[in-house]
Structures are given as C-alpha cells and as structure tokens.
Design a protein around this ligand. Structure first.
Ligand code: NAD
Length: 260
C-alpha cells in the first residue's frame, strides 16, 4: 500500500539527526525524493547525507540549510525545495526541540520567543509557504497531499519541569492543525500529527541516567522508543493509498506511556 510514495517529493524539516533522519531514511528506501534540513551545513548534515545515499539514489536526496526560527528562511527553504524537485507532495514539520528549561517565574521574552519560534513559528511558516505547491500537486494528481507535524506527548501532559512553554508550543501545533483542516480540505491537503512519547535521541541529553530510568518506568514497554519505530507512522500519513480519508488526527506513538 505504501507503493504510492515512490517518486513523491518530500520535505522533512529538522532531519540531520534523530527522528527526522529516521523518517528520511524510510522515505528514501521507499523511492521518494527527499530534502533534509538543519540550521546550517555542517558535519552532521554531511554524515546524514552519506547515510541516506547508502539506501537510495543520491540524485533524489538534497540537504537544504535554513534556520526555521526565522520566517524569511522558512520561505527560502520552500522555494529551494521546489526549485530542486519542481513541486511538493508531502511536508513533514519535524524541526523543533526543548529550547532550554525555565520555571514560570524566570521566563522572559527572549526565552518565550525562542521556544515558540523553534516549535510553532517554524511549522506555521514552512506550512504557509508550502500550501500553494501542495494544492497544485493535489490538483494535478487528483489525490490528496499531506502535511505531517511532529507533536509530543508533552502537548497533552504539560511537559517536564521547566518545559511548560515547549509543551504548550506542541499543544499549539496539535490545535492549529485542526484549523488548517477546516481551511484546506477543499484543496485536498490533509494535516495529521505524529505525537511521540519519549524517544532515544539527543533531545534527552540533559537527563541523568537515574531520571531516564524513572521515565522508562512510566512507559508500558519499559524503555524509550527508537526513532526508526516512529518513521512508519509518517509514511502512513504521507500515503494517499493508506490514509487518503484521514485528516486532523493525532497519532500517539509512545509505547503505552501515560505521563512522562
Ligand atoms: P534532534 O535534536 O535529534 O532533532 C532535531 C532536528 O531539528 C535536528 O535535525 C536539528 O538540526 C533540527 N533543528 C533544530 N533547530 C533547528 C532550526 N532552528 N532550524 C532548522 N532545523 C533545526 O531531536 P529529536 O528528538 O529527533 O526531535 C525531533 C522532533 O521530535 C522535535 O520537534 C521534538 O520536539 C520532537 N519530539 C521529540 C521527542 C523525543 O523524546 N525525542 C518527543 C516528542 C517530540
């Protein structure tokens, strides 16, 4: 059923490592044309490109640098993607991160702006600039095109200590997707969220082993998830054949985690 992903033009933001890179690998394996993205060209981007070239055609893979906390770079990224591949079929808004921790009494404008820009503005603006191309592709193919954003269990549970703005930024994303469904279903564009639980990436680098064990104990499977275990859910939402009538949904992929 995933066969319709072959040849699809897929932009994956924040994909030089972790969950984004695992998604890129799966899509490249399925024959999609994939752009990965990170803030800037660096060793991580080079290494991600070589990992992807090992599983697919290097002509269908590109790295596009852009700092997505900035609106003008969101626009540049979408334009560079369309210039390379001639259009867009799937957008995956994965760029994001904790952006630091702060208790409520210490939050200042800079902290708030940084966390919201990283998780909310980035997805908002990349989606905004992508809409005309997703609409055009859906019209030309007669099938749906797809926007998938990475949410978080934190959006439902409030996040860990000091991570309230991060959690709220993901809740913002979970919510705004439902608004976009109302506006763009007429154009055959679908919007879904993959909401990870606790996944073993550098995201958790600031945690002690003791805290990691405690978190693992709150997960029914008793362990963190792997990025590769998340990737197929993105393929499901990207494929018109698999999910052409599914939009506005949030899929929890968390190993039975109830509250981190
Ligand atoms: P990660 O740090 O490995 O990946 C983050 C990616 O985003 C990297 O490729 C990085 O280069 C990119 N990025 C960061 N800032 C950027 C910017 N300003 N512009 C462009 N790209 C930028 O961490 P991850 O765990 O793979 O996180 C990926 C997504 O999953 C994030 O949105 C994160 O909030 C979300 N998430 C992660 C977990 C988890 O437990 N790991 C849980 C829930 C949600």
């Amino acid at each position: 059923m995933f066969a319709d992903l072959a040849g699809k033009r897929v932009l994956i933001t924040g994909s030089t490592a972790g969950i984004g890179l695992a998604i890129a690998k799966l899509f490249v394996t399925m024959g999609a044309k994939v752009a990965i993205n990170g803030r800037s060209a660096n060793a991580a981007a080079e290494s991600a490109l070589s990992e992807l070239a090992a599983v697919g055609s290097k002509y269908d893979i590109v790295f596009l640098p852009a700092d997505l906390t900035k609106t003008d770079e969101c626009e540049k990224l979408v334009n560079a993607f369309v210039e390379k591949f001639g259009g867009m079929d799937v957008l995956i808004n994965n760029a994001g991160g904790l952006g630091g921790r702060s208790s409520l009494e210490n939050i200042d404008d800079d902290f708030y702006d940084h966390v919201m820009d990283l998780n909310a503005r980035s997805a908002l603006m990349v989606t905004r600039f992508s809409i005309p191309f997703l609409r055009e592709s859906a019209k030309a193919s007669g099938k749906t095109t797809s926007v998938i954003s990475t949410g978080s269990i934190a959006a439902r549970e409030g996040g860990g200590l000091g991570a309230g703005i991060y959690a709220a930024s993901k809740a913002w994303l979970h919510n705004v997707h439902r608004n976009w469904v109302k506006e763009y279903t007429k154009d055959n564009i679908r919007f879904n969220i993959v909401s990870p639980g606790t996944i073993d990436t550098v995201f958790h680098a600031d945690k002690s082993d003791e805290l990691k064990d405690k978190i693992a104990g709150s997960i029914a499977f008793g362990r963190f998830g792997e990025s590769a275990e998340l990737a197929p859910s993105y393929a499901f939402f990207a494929s018109h054949a698999c999910s052409g009538y599914i939009t506005g949904q949030i899929l929890d992929v968390n190993g039975g985690q109830m509250c981190p």
